[in-house]
Design a protein around this ligand. Structure first.
Ligand code: SAM
Length: 296
């Protein structure tokens, strides 16, 4: 193991009393956009990483776990995959995963921060892997809220790949009843809305449970799923919402048929992984069933 005094450290603070430290082998960029603090760095274990406002967004080593989990269960379950909308998604890896599905005719990505997109193109091209230049991609630099208010388009799948709604984050305005209703209005009848929904680790799942409780007011099916993401150092959770399909109950044959048509090779997602993603521990099922805080 390297001696610790040889390294500079990126310290991710989960809470005032909890931290994860990554040794930094290279710093590509550190600065501030109009919306957030941005760092692109490299660590010996996870490779390159994007960090926004001190939070790890994704790492070269394990971004496929996060992005395949975010995209494929929802796309596999959706009955109409022709038009897909991504809210946020800066690095372009969510775009890349959506484009792997040949049924998708067009995918629109709306990210507020043009600098995150430019830095991702420059330093993290493996994430998008050409997705920004794909003729089926429409990339809009702008506020996702403004896009949804101004657009009358409807989508079979909406994917929210936004930063966590912390107080000073530009995504904070996107977590309230009005916006959840707006998202539903942009969804085709019976379509699927999926979002990255914070950690579901037992000691810190209150934000996840709050999102689930709020979304249950808008959709008949709101299903939590999760997997450990090593660079995040925690179990990471997602929510799949629909009035028509129960993403958790998707049968193995349908998942296999969906996976067979994806272009390129998957790293993480298949029928077995689907079962594992949707098999939740008792404590989490209890938390999700309990009454509590909601977004207003
Ligand atoms: N994997 C991530 C995580 O763990 O939080 C999320 C990935 S992605 C980098 C988050 C993106 O959401 C950022 O690029 C950020 O610019 C974008 N974003 C935040 N607020 C937004 C808003 N109001 N409209 C559009 N994009 C927004």
């Amino acid at each position: 193991m390297p001696k610790t005094d040889r390294w500079n450290w990126y310290v991710e603070e989960f809470a005032p009393t909890e931290q994860h430290q990554h040794a930094v082998s290279k710093l590509f960029f550190s600065g501030e956009s109009a919306f957030q603090q941005i760092a692109v760095l490299e660590t010996p274990v996870f490779g390159k990483m994007l960090v926004l406002d001190g939070d790890t967004q994704s790492s070269q080593g394990d971004e496929k776990i996060y992005h395949e989990a975010l995209v494929h269960p929802a796309l596999a379950a959706a009955s109409d995959r022709r038009e897909v909308l991504i809210l946020g998604g800066g690095e372009g890896a969510t775009l890349r995963e959506v484009l792997r599905c040949p049924d998708v005719e067009r995918v629109t990505m709306v990210d507020i921060d043009g600098l995150v997109v430019e830095l991702s193109k420059k330093y993290l091209p493996e994430w998008a892997d050409g997705a920004f230049e794909n003729p089926r991609s429409r990339v809009i630099v702008g506020d996702a809220l403004a896009f949804m208010r101004e657009s009358s388009e409807r989508f079979g799948v909406i994917i929210s790949d936004l930063t966590e709604p912390l107080e000073d984050s530009p995504s904070n305005i996107l977590f309230n009843e009005e916006v959840f209703a707006l998202i539903k209005a942009r969804l085709l009848e019976g379509g699927v809305y999926v979002l990255q929904a914070s950690t579901s680790a037992f000691h810190n799942a209150s934000l996840h449970a709050k999102m689930a409780r709020t979304l249950r007011r808008h959709y008949r099916q709101v299903t939590s799923f999760s997997h450990h993401v090593p660079a995040f150092d925690t179990e990471w959770a997602f929510l799949a919402c629909s009035d028509r399909v129960d993403v958790a109950a998707l049968d193995a044959a349908s998942i296999a048929a969906y996976c067979a048509k994806l272009r390129g090779e998957s790293f993480f997602y298949d029928e077995q992984t689907h079962r594992r993603l949707f098999s939740l521990p008792l404590y989490l099922r209890r938390m999700l069933a309990a009454q509590g805080d909601t977004f207003s």
